[in-house]
Design a protein around this ligand. Structure first.
Ligand code: PGA
Length: 252
């Protein structure tokens, strides 16, 4: 049985003090009434230290929003896996569509970083998804299949089983236009079939596939009820404790 995972991607929001307050509210609510879902939050780098102190020893896990593939070096502006680990991160989001579209990340880069994350003991949350143009040109499966294949190519079956896939149709991110539960399920089922083909049935049965793209308290339950939707990667609705916690509880 796959445990539901709800991850909050805070993107470029919250000062360190605001982040500390939000993380405290999430932690307190989750520790007060235990939730069956696994909960991961990804604050901006500048808030990781403060948030790490808040969630330490609690069921709330910490993620980086991206990382460099090297542990150190002359890479101005970048953050290394060692730095994420140092601040208590257990997870890292890789290949988010904003990274791909705005910062030039490629399938090749995601492939490399996924390998490094696993080597360093970070759980990679590997984001894949088609743009609106690609969907309208009936290229969804081709694009998602290609991104998936690259993200998992360098991982053994055991390693792949411990990774997390996030299907995030680009047209649904931050637009308020969510995929219907049926649209999400169709692509999630495709992703699981592809993983069965590349890494075997056991991996396909174990790996968690999250949906992301305008997940809100009022649509989360229907999305999470789909057979192949194992959690959510939440952007806008994770910036307030109330709405994020409602999504966390919708996964119960
Ligand atoms: P959204 O973002 O929930 O604001 O659509 C999701 C994401 O980008 O991970």
């Amino acid at each position: 049985m796959r445990k539901v995972l709800i991850a909050g991607n805070w993107k470029m929001h919250k000062t360190a003090a605001e982040a500390e307050a939000l993380a405290t509210a999430i932690r307190d609510s989750i520790t007060a009434s235990s939730v069956p879902a696994e909960v991961v939050i990804a604050p901006p780098f500048t808030a990781l230290d403060r948030v790490s102190r808040v969630v330490k020893g609690s069921p709330v896990a910490l993620a980086g929003q991206t990382m460099h593939a090297e542990d150190k070096g002359a890479f101005t502006g970048e953050i290394s896996p060692a730095m994420l680990l140092d601040l208590g991160c257990t997870h890292v989001i890789l290949g988010h569509s904003e990274r791909r579209q705005l910062f030039g990340e490629t399938d090749e880069g995601v492939m490399k970083k996924a390998r490094v994350a696993i080597d360093r003991g970070l759980v990679p949350i590997l984001c894949i998804g088609e743009t609106l143009d690609e969907r309208e040109a009936s290229r969804t499966f081709e694009v998602v299949g290609r991104q998936l294949e690259a993200a998992l190519r360098r991982l053994t079956p055991d390693e792949a089983a411990s990774a997390v896939i996030a299907y995030e149709p680009v047209w649904a991110i931050g637009t308020g236009r969510t995929a219907t539960p049926e649209q999400a399920q169709e692509v999630h089922a495709f992703i699981r079939r592809e993983i069965a083909r590349s890494h075997g049935d056991a991996v396909a049965g174990a790996i968690r596939i999250l949906y992301g793209g305008s997940v809100k308290p009022d649509n989360a339950a229907a999305l999470l009820a789909q057979a192949d939707v194992d959690g959510a990667l939440v952007g806008g609705a994770c910036l307030e404790a109330d709405s994020f916690l409602k999504i966390v509880r919708a996964g119960a």
